[in-house]
Design a protein around this ligand. Structure first.
Ligand code: 6PG
Length: 260
């Protein structure tokens, strides 16, 4: 944790690790990716990682494809999934998977059949979600009763959403299905998303949040009353403990506790 300048313990709401700025956050996320991937490969022969959309994983991905980082990643043993996806073709600039493939996965030595984007063409959203759930079940090793990703990277939207669990949507309270397709009325779009039972089974669940725009929402999520329908990020309570919140200094300015 070379870039970490302080941390705050929020108990089962998570452990906040603070880095100076967004560039440091991307470097720290890349180091975490490398460490957790190697740890998982040493334990089980493969590493399963779920990425999300958003700005920070993009910067992390760019780093992972660069010399100094890329030779430390066990690409051949990695399986990459997405925690959520937009209902657009892979070549759309809105596609989370498409974006990650163009920025880094197409530039490294990961086997093509280890990259698992959601299917979004020639299929209904519901079928796509159900196939993704089967793929997760057959590829990701179990930890207890549920498939457990070795690393899940999440973002937090300015409205408190995470993955595509948006405020006021039913999926926030899903208890059985692992992946669902749903309409997000406030955006008038279809989204595919992993659900709380799958996200919370992850061995390492890490939020990445940077910038002053995240400060007040982060304070609500960590210091405020629990109201998961309004603040879906609060539904992330991994059974393993955590989550980890990797954030920059600007995102911490409204928190009741300050980093030590
Ligand atoms: C998506 C994401 C979403 C994202 C947050 C945070 O597809 O939109 O998966 O949940 O992670 O909106 O995004 P930023 O890090 O860019 O603020």
């Amino acid at each position: 944790m070379a870039e970490v300048i302080g941390s705050i313990d929020y108990g089962d709401r998570g452990r906040v690790q603070v880095v100076p700025d967004a560039d440091a956050l991307a470097r720290e996320a890349a180091e975490l990716f490398i460490a957790k991937a190697n740890e998982a490969v040493a334990r089980s022969g493969k590493a399963t990682i779920a990425l999300s959309g958003g700005s920070t994983p993009k910067q992390m991905g760019r780093l992972l494809a660069q010399e100094g980082y890329r030779e430390r990643v066990p690409w051949e043993n990695l399986h990459v999934f997405w925690g959520d996806e937009r209902w657009v073709p892979l070549d759309s600039e809105m596609s989370n998977a498409g974006e990650a493939m163009r920025t880094f996965l197409d530039l490294v030595w990961i086997p093509a059949d280890h990259v698992h984007p959601f299917e979004t063409e020639g299929i209904t959203p519901e079928e796509s979600a159900s196939r993704y759930e089967s793929l997760v079940r057959s590829t990701v090793g179990q930890n207890g009763a549920r498939p457990a990703f070795d690393l899940i990277l999440l973002g937090m939207g300015d409205d408190g959403h995470t993955a595509s669990l948006f405020p006021g949507t039913k999926v926030v309270n899903e208890r059985d299905r692992l992946v669902v397709a749903h309409e997000v009325p406030q955006l008038n779009v279809t989204r595919l998303t992993m659900t709380p039972p799958l996200l919370n089974a992850g061995r390492n669940v890490v939020f990445l949040a940077a910038g002053p725009g995240k400060a007040s929402r982060l304070a609500e999520v960590l210091d405020g009353p629990i109201d998961t329908n309004r603040l879906p990020a609060q539904v992330i309570r991994p059974t393993n403990g955590g989550p980890t919140w990797l954030v920059d200094l600007d995102a911490t300015t409204s928190l009741a506790k300050q980093p030590e």
